[in-house]
Ligand binder design. Sequence first.
Ligand SMILES: Nc1ncnc2c1ncn2[C@@H]1O[C@H](COP(=O)(O)OP(=O)(O)OP(=O)(O)O)[C@@H](O)[C@H]1O
Length: 800
Amino acid sequence: MPKAKKQTKTKKTISLKTPSLKLNSQQKLVLGSFLIILGVLFFIAFLSFLFTGQADQSTLTEFTSRDVDTKNWLSKLGAWISDLFIQRGFGIASFIFSGLIFLSGVYVLMDLNKAKLRKHWFWGILVVIWLSVFFGFFTHKNDSLSGVIGFEINSFFQDYIGKIGTVFLLAFAFISYLAIRFKFTPQRIASLFKSAKKEIKDDFNDEFVPIDNTHSEEAEAIKSAFEVDKDIQPTISNHSKLDTSTELNIEVEEPKIKTEIVTPKIEIEEPNVEIEVEDVKEELSETDNLANKLVEDFGQFDPTLELGNYKFPPLDLLKKYDNEGVTINQEELEENKNKIVETLNNYKIGIASIKATIGPTVTLYEIVPEAGIRISKIKNLEDDIALSLSALGIRIIAPIPGKGTIGIEVPNKNATIVSMRSVIASQKFQKTEMHLPIAIGKTISNETLVIDLAKMPHLLMAGATGQGKSVGLNAVLTSLLYKKHPAEVKFVLVDPKKVELTLFNKIERHYLAKLPDEAEAIITDNTKVIHTLNSLCIEMDNRYEMLKNALCRNIVEYNKKFKNRKLNPNEGHAYLPYIVLVVDEFADLIMTAGKEVETPVARLAQLARAIGIHLIIATQRPSVNVITGIIKANFPARIAFRVSSKIDSRTILDAGGADQLIGRGDMLYTQGNDMTRIQCAFVDTPEVEKIVDFIGAQKAYPDAYLLPEYVGEENGTSLDIDISDRDALFKDAAEIIVTAQQGSASLLQRKLKLGYNRAGRIIDQLEAAGIVGGFEGSKARQVLVPDLVALEELLENERQ
Ligand SMILES: Nc1ncnc2c1ncn2[C@@H]1O[C@H](COP(=O)(O)OP(=O)(O)OP(=O)(O)O)[C@@H](O)[C@H]1O
């Protein structure tokens, strides 16, 4: 019972408050529509006043007399009100009052936020005053533009602070209005008017949301509020059982709950939506942010900066030849054509048409045989045609891939030279976007052929002695020297013949890579070749590790990331130049070193493409024991100069044809499928000398690019228990292992840039010294020394 009493009390207070606070719906409708109509009437009266005000002036005094005719569209009252507001009040700014009254009607009718309405009135009145004073400034008597109030205030100001003072006061009031009303900042000039317009619109939207929209936050608030409401209801209904008159009170309660919900909403409405967009932009990962900032501050990393003044060799260093350019000998063409037609006719092969394409060394005759002729028949006549043309180097292509014709290549009597200068100067080469472009020569249709070593990814070159291999290699190297900065590419040159590549010694500190502690960069000794190849394998492993850590798939991605400063050099990252390994006489190497050379070469050929190590291998003897299956399989790009036998041609190209070339740079190039006949660009030794002199004379790096150290098998024993026999890097390795508390050889390989064998040996030595535990299969060995201090003690004790 006492509980019930309490409830009744609360209800009583509600019922008492309600009438004073709230209008019911009917009252709202009446008041709202009244105000709306009043606003409209005011507007009509004011508008009419602009046209009829003058005429009605005299009638105002006779307001009560019904005989007097008034012009205002709303008659006497309209004229009187307009006069009151416009003439004797605030001038034309009074139109704002009609707007405010109208707006008030809407707010009452729709039961919108009253605080907002008060705000509109407050600012509206200020604007009315300001405008009337502003117009008062331009009027000389109290006319309807400014009204009496505007005119008087203005003249008051002008009397005390003068015209200039009034102007500044008005300007100040205007700026203050903008600053306070619209939270004006210079940045918001653009959105100023938009937001003002939007405000009223927003009021509508916001207020209607709770009714229909169940998704918004406000709707949620309402929902929860109604849940509270439900909780209250049972207690109320309990009471209704006690006292039926309380039922009325329940109805009254509803709007009260609504007002409670509305209040927090007013505060939520304010924030601007624009901020969200900015937040999204800042959502970069930590490294991204740092990298972007670094790039902003320092620009992209430029690998060429150390040799920033490096000048690429000019074209003038290359020679121009007199017999360059294709010369068409009409007689020769006719003669050859007749011979071909005759020979084929002798074998009863009719020709429908014949077309000639003149290349630098060979002319291609394209034949369309008559219908019904078998291609194999023509192919079989190769030797006969060669005989009748009495020329070397006839090659029959039947059919030409992609064309429905048969090609007969006939060497020109006077071959022209394809100069290195012409191919380097070609637009194709100059404008190429390739990573490692090589202008190798010209095709039969006189087009410069530019190939990308990075795409090949390795190149096998073969040809009998004196057919142009060395010139071909020089053409490759020259191309890269003309296109790539020393920071972008490094050469490892292997020259068992000792004379072919020595010239390049002059650019050792610019372009060459070598083993540490090696005097000469160009490798001529076969045992050093083995070391170098193994060292390249270590470099490859290291680079793969770096790529893995950087989450990159290839060198291009990695370098791009590094340039964008997304990889930290302190974490072992560095810009990676391409490495091009050139072996001039591979057969010689295989003869002397066999498997020891073949294994690392095969490994590199299989794996090195992604990390930017590319192999160019040249050989005189393309026999199967030199170019083994595993090597061949990894060298899809091949160049064949003239070889002595069909078998050699098959070994190198998997097809005949190389035996029918005419030498002197005449070559066949294949990248896996089609075969193209190319005249190799000719670069003479003096030209190469000039180029390397030009580069060699420029500022260089302190040393050649150093490859990782490789300690051959022969230099160590399997387990060095003797302290004096320990590896030079033993202590460093021990410290790494103890610091990382991880006894793994691969950790040493990575940190110390070692090969697997050496790292394995050091691990054995560490085991013998009691620093790591025994072999545990695939798991890393246990580290027996807890920290560096203990390690220092252990090593000190050993020494004593
Ligand atoms: N592209 C070419 N255009 C014109 N002549 C060439 C071209 N290539 C080579 N020659 C001529 O052939 C000669 C031999 O070329 P090169 O020295 O390159 O042969 P090689 O295959 O390297 O021989 P070796 O294996 O004995 O070193 C050159 O001196 C040159 O006169």
